[in-house]
Design a protein around this ligand. Sequence first.
Ligand code: PMP
Ligand code: GLN
Length: 378
Amino acid sequence: HLSKLPYMDTSIFTVMSSLAQKNQALNLSQGFPNFKSDQKLIDLVTNAMNSDYNQYAPMAGNLELRVAIANKFEKLYSTSYNPDSEITVTAGATQAIFTIISAVIKPDDEVIIFRPAYDCYEPAIALNGGKVISVQLEAPHYKVDWKEVKRKLSSKTKMVIINTPHNPSGTVFSEQDMLKLQELLAGTDIMVLSDEVYEHIIFDGEIHQSACLFPDLKSRSFIVASFGKTFHVTGWKVGYCCAPKDLMEEFRKVHQFNVFSVNHPMQKGLADYLQEPSHYRELSTLYQRKRDLFLSLIADSRFKFTPAQGTYFQVLDFSDITTENDVDFAKRLTIDHKIASVPLSVFNTDNLDNKVLRFCFAKTDDTLKQAADILNKI
Ligand code: PMP
Ligand code: GLN
């Protein structure tokens, strides 16, 4: 066989976004804002380009940006990462995730993931010969059954991948969840990949439970973040990875050969922009307002929902509307009703009778109103 990923097709985000475009449908499928980023940030990047930040950045990332990231960890989580040896700037969270998995997963290593899971974890595990061990999260609350996790840990378990706030379900891990994970991993060499790209998008007074807040998790964790999500610039593809020095050394061995370094002017612009913490501190308020607007507008529709606790995704249950499967229904909504979403089953869910779609509410109020008008008629 030529293919290393024989079962892999084009990503659903690409499929649904193209289908939306072809049918001139409102696109609430792929997760990206349809409003502009802050002009200040764009000006800072422009300044960086005019100030000669146009050659290779250092392999680990622009130092000012790494220092700004370290300062953010101090401010938000009262914990320190050394910018020299424990922080690396990446080409988005996707590259960080791929690099982490390539750096540490060997053939036959087992990796525990929670399904539904963001789509880029499993192919990276497969390409490195690892084995996915899945734990299914059930609608509507998508809570982890830690007893099941305990049963699935084995002498071959190399890593557990967590993602809070969680794409696609919009749920978040509680402090109890994190403590449970910490307890289960105590005394083992199992690593954690903590995908925290939605760390600043969390609602109703909940607190983001970063892996760095739990010392025995921090010491075994790669934390991944994305500026695309935080500053409404998903197209820039800049993110970062933080990990203790020994793990970061392994990460950089791969990073230096799969990207070497990340585009420089964006990094300098982001470093300057991060000097003002309100830029990320205001994010939850913005998106909570959008979630509430969207949900209040569709409260009388036939879709059922539990409000998202974080992320900019809302899952809607359509079991009162049709017996179609979620992929067929999502396609029909796009083609006939001109609204695109993402069927949950594509997040590798083990639940074949899934009747849930994911809608992205990182959209202008006007788009959310148009979306609600359509959903209310279905
Ligand atoms: N992890 C999760 C959970 C995501 O939702 C995304 C993308 N939205 C990523 C990682 C990838 O982020 P990036 O666009 O920075 O590569
Ligand atoms: N993370 C985005 C989402 O969940 C999509 C990113 C992508 O298209 N790969 O919709």
